[in-house]
Design a binder for this molecule. Sequence first.
Ligand code: GDP
Length: 320
Amino acid sequence: RFFIIMRIAVTGGNGLVGSSIKAIAHQYPEHEFVFLKRSDCELASRMAVMTFFSSAYNRFDCIIHLAAKVGGLFMNLDSNVEMFSENIKINENILFACKKYGIKRGIFCLSSCIYPCNPSRFPMDESMIHESPPHPSNEGYAYAKRMLEVQCRQHNKAYGTEYICVVPVNLYGPYDNFSIKNGHVIPAIMNRFHGEKAKKDGKFTVYGTGRPYRQFLYAPDFAKIICDVLLDKKYDNTEPLICCNDETTIKEMVGTLAESMDISVDKLEWDTSKSDGCMKKTVDNSKLCKYYPEFKFTSLQDGLKETYKWFCDNRETLRQ
Ligand code: GDP
């Protein structure tokens, strides 16, 4: 059998999604994945990016661009300036290198949190990314990521590249950043609750009212979708592609999370002085389902159980 080997650069190789791709890379043995870490290359620096990609060892056919400055609601509220500036620089540098070094095909990661906060309809589909302003809480991140969609589209048009933007919802799973202060809701609460469980009178406080709706996607599911879209080419165009699973309220999700951590739901307390963020940002996965009708999503219950098991097994080394 004659194998065509694709060499694929994965930025953000140590992150939540990059690590999940690393875990399944063996399922694509005819391709070589190269995972870039921050110590390999500071992506916000043009010089560092050009030095890295100009090396003869670093030639790639494809890219999976995951690296970004990201955080949960409370980090975004504190640092909109940095979220915008750093993400704009990272994306501009990566696309400059892609053009210069002839990378023809790639997956670029957006997020459903860049969508309008007051859209004309729910669920939102791929055509609505730029319809109206994002939620003010994460304006910096949202506009930088919206520009990545514009940049990819322009490269495709001008240079005939195949750069596809994928739009995941709230991701969680093993290898996440479990920072209590800056993390997304699942890893932040998991870490906080785990600490409280060890105390005699532990308090299980959740922020906000619990009423906002969110869609959660297990990072290993997203990793599989990314690799399939990039490599099997069933998705035969370059328009953005939403990747999501069912919607729940924060309250329901936290109930399931507490259960998977053996914490009684009656012990949960809600600190309604804290922000709810956006109340609803439902997106529609019917395009993904059309191209991948067989895809089986991991249930929130199973995903949370797996994540908590991983958290407990990796207490010493996990990011937080
Ligand atoms: P978002 O989905 O982009 O808003 O980001 P998050 O993953 O940070 O989710 C925020 C939602 O979870 C908001 O409705 C918060 O009020 C709620 N939430 C409840 N407790 C926490 C917490 O401890 N940390 C975070 N980040 N969010 C929390």
